[in-house]
Design a protein around this ligand. Structure first.
Ligand code: G3P
Ligand code: MG
Length: 264
């Protein structure tokens, strides 16, 4: 059974990475939540996607140049709709207080591929340990050095490299960065790649799967999870899944790329 992860919460209906979006995801029947974490100027893990606060708040500048106190006073909802004007940038701690008693999974994305946040890995692990969330969390990042660092610090928590294009035999790469699962852009997933992951027992959680066509495809392929802005739609489709006729999404696709290995 494929799990449904809400991408930045239910971000189609609510401002991304806010408590409103996370609470809506739970109500929508998501199994888990994906969120993005960075550090404030005073070293507090905060939940926000962009390195700058300009797009999703009424502030300006970099996350890293503002203290948690300053960040938490910003309006993080009005850019999406006036009715969310009470939403703010949550700290990871505030979020963990909320999710811990709920039967939900968690995907923390370390957003440290542009700004290098010293101590981010240690702080996230310490919070997961404190809240007893280690065994239902997967830590992902586009910064794969950071994933190797997580593994050095903690031999238990699950990690997953994020990537967006055609890695050669990505199941081997996942092992090279000491991870157990993969979080690829869904467009990079061809049946050849899905089969390779399956053969190597590596769970795949593609992002960001918002169309019915791709949701059905990944349900059929037995992806471990999909990461979607639209968990309510994914839940409806998954419930009806057994009545959906099998589709062949790749019948016209060019297999040439994926035969290169056989020619070597
Ligand atoms: O973790 C999946 C996805 O969130 C990665 O890309 O830019 O939406 O954080 P982005
Ligand atoms: Mg993300």
């Amino acid at each position: 059974m494929t799990y449904i992860f809400a991408h930045r919460g239910s971000s189609k209906d609510c401002p991304e990475n806010t408590m409103a979006a996370f609470k809506k995801a739970f109500k929508d029947g998501a199994d888990g939540i994906e969120l993005d974490v960075q550090l404030s100027k005073d070293g507090i893990p905060v939940i926000i996607h962009d390195e700058k606060i300009d797009r999703t708040t009424n502030g300006k500048g970099y996350v890293v140049d503002n203290t948690y106190d300053e960040l938490s006073q910003l309006d993080a909802g009005s850019w999406f709709s006036k009715k969310f004007n009470k939403e703010s940038i949550p700290s990871l701690q505030l979020f963990l207080e909320w999710i811990t008693p709920l039967p939900m999974l968690l995907n923390i994305e370390l957003k440290n591929n542009i700004v290098e946040y010293n101590g981010l890995e240690e702080k996230v692990l310490q919070l997961l340990h404190h809240y007893g969330m280690m065994d239902r969390t997967v830590i992902s990042s586009f910064n794969h050095y950071s994933l190797v660092k997580i593994r050095r610090l903690n031999n238990y928590v699950q990690t997953a490299p994020l990537y967006s294009s055609g890695l050669f035999e990505p199941w081997e790469y996942v092992k090279a960065v000491c991870s157990q699962s993969a979080h690829p852009n869904y467009k990079s997933l061809h049946p050849y790649i899905m089969k390779g992951f399956k053969r190597n027992n590596i769970p795949v959680r593609p992002y960001t799967v918002n169309s019915q066509k791709w949701m059905k495809y990944f349900f059929e392929w037995g992806a471990e999870a999909i990461i979607t802005d639209y968990p309510i739609l994914a839940r409806e489709l998954l419930t009806a899944f057994h009545h959906i006729p099998r589709a062949d999404f790749f019948k016209n696709s060019d297999q040439t790329f994926y035969n290169e290995k056989e020619k070597l």
